[in-house]
Design a protein around this ligand. Structure first.
Ligand SMILES: *[C@@H]1O[C@H](CO)[C@@H](O)[C@H](O)[C@H]1NC(C)=O
Length: 431
């Protein structure tokens, strides 16, 4: 009962020991393919069963306040119906795992999905069993996939078997596992300017006793239903072994083989970005029979170049003013017309916002758009007319303005002409 309360009233609970490690307990779902679920019934393709993941020995920063952390209590009466995965995560450590510690206090939801995993070439229901855990935190740049391997349980008469999984449980009713491999990214999405460079982040870690010395990394790009390979590398973590094989499918893409070997850093660097580089990047790391992925969005953003058709405006009759937004990306741009008359302090929106051209797309994928405003002759001189453009690539809206001038310049010419004639007249007279 105690366990149930604990699970209902805390998204996770933590317990810190003296050496700066904590237990993080997460509410997860065990996701299974809906095989044998009424077959023809067309029910949900997946079933979800509530599960708990207790991550033991998560490294905690030393300045962590320990009082706020509540200890994880294993169930007092082990229950073979409960799904409690217990995993030691001290080695390999989950990078940035402290965001999991703070997610609850910051009211951020932790997404945690567990599914059964079969390493390549393995038999179904073999011993040990494997699980894949996908972890991410809402609104935080944290995403990790863990591969868990069950740890052998000393069996005796009292050993319980988990009802759903058919796996033996520990004395405290948990399913003991260890993290053997993980793939993570520090980012979920990244934006970069056209013709700029970007590093799409991805990394992996494995047990101290390596699962395999050979590592394969594949980067794919998925966009609008189409997929293509961007970059591929095969290398050996043990330097004594063979060479590194690289396939650079996209010109100007690279990965640092030294960083792959030293840090498991498989980040992809892309140079001279084009609109067609935009999309969903899938980083797949294969280590022996195991492989896991991360998905990172790349957005290309390019701010518009904004200009007005007129540098000054003298109204004798209605006049059309055009505002041009050139070579921006992505498509969505908002254009507004405002006016500030000499007697006002705040600009107002024109009641009639004029008309928009259709979008023009350039060879490099960028867009242009124009807005045309008919300025009535009733607009008084001294009024400032502004075209304001909002676009995702601009931190704040960009404005260009023109001042309505009185036709007074005409009388200046008249006065000047009069003066010249007068001077010429006197010049003649003096001779
Ligand atoms: C990989 O290295 C780059 C610097 O070269 C760093 O910015 C990035 O965070 C590293 N990524 C991982 C996953 O370690």
């Amino acid at each position: 009962m105690g366990m149930i309360e604990v699970l209902l009233f805390g998204c996770f609970l933590t317990c810190v020991s003296a050496d700066g490690v904590a237990d993080v307990v997460l509410s997860c779902s065990l996701v299974e393919e809906g095989v044998g679920l009424g077959g023809m019934g067309g029910g949900a393709p997946f079933t979800r069963t509530p599960a708990t993941l207790a991550l033991r020995d998560v490294a905690v920063a030393s300045d962590e306040s320990l009082e706020t952390l509540t200890p994880f209590v294993p169930p007092s009466n082990p229950d073979p119906d409960l799904l409690i995965f217990e995993a030691k995560v001290s080695s390999p450590a989950i990078p940035n795992a402290d965001v999991l510690l703070h997610a609850d206090c910051n009211e951020r939801e932790v997404m945690c999905e567990i599914s059964s995993y079969s390493p390549r070439g393995s038999q179904e229901s073999s011993d040990p069993a494997y699980f894949m855990v996908s972890l991410s935190v809402e609104g935080v740049e944290f995403s990790t996939v863990l591969i868990l391997q069950t740890v052998t349980v000393e069996k005796d008469q009292s050993t319980l078997v988990q009802n759903k999984l058919g796996l033996p449980l520990s004395q405290s009713g948990t399913l003991p596992t260890e993290v053997i491999f993980l793939v993570f990214s520090h980012i979920k999405s990244v934006s970069a300017p056209l013709r700029g460079d970007v590093l799409v982040n991805c990394g992996f870690k494995q047990l101290e006793t390596p699962l395999s010395q050979e590592v394969g990394i594949e980067w794919r790009l998925q966009h609008r239903g189409k997929g293509r390979k961007v970059f591929e590398m095969k290398t050996w973590l043990d330097e004594a072994q063979g060479n590194t094989v690289v396939h650079e499918e996209r010109k100007g893409s690279s990965m640092d083989a030294a960083q792959v070997v030293a840090d498991g850093n498989v980040s992809l660097s892309l140079n001279n970005l084009k609109v067609m580089d935009e999309g969903t990047y899938i980083c797949t790391v294969s280590l022996g029979p195991f492989h896991a992925q991360q998905v990172i969005q790349l957005h290309i953003i390019q701010p518009p170049h904004v200009s007005l058709s007129e540098e000054k405006l003298v109204l004798k009759s209605a006049q059309t003013l055009s505002c041009h937004c050139n070579k921006y990306y992505p498509l969505d741009a908002q254009m507004e017309w405002l006016y500030l008359s000499p007697s006002d302090t705040e600009p107002k929106l024109f009641p009639n916002q004029g008309s928009l051209s259709s979008h023009r797309q350039h060879g490099d994928g960028t867009f242009s758009l124009s807005s045309y405003l008919t300025v009535p002759p009733t607009v008084s001189p001294g009024t400032k007319i502004t075209c304001r453009v909002s676009h995702i690539a601009l931190d704040t809206p960009f404005s260009v303005s023109v001042l309505v001038e009185s036709p007074v310049t005409d009388s200046y010419w008249w006065v000047l002409g009069f003066l010249i004639i007068t001077v010429l007249f006197f010049y003649q007279v003096m001779r």
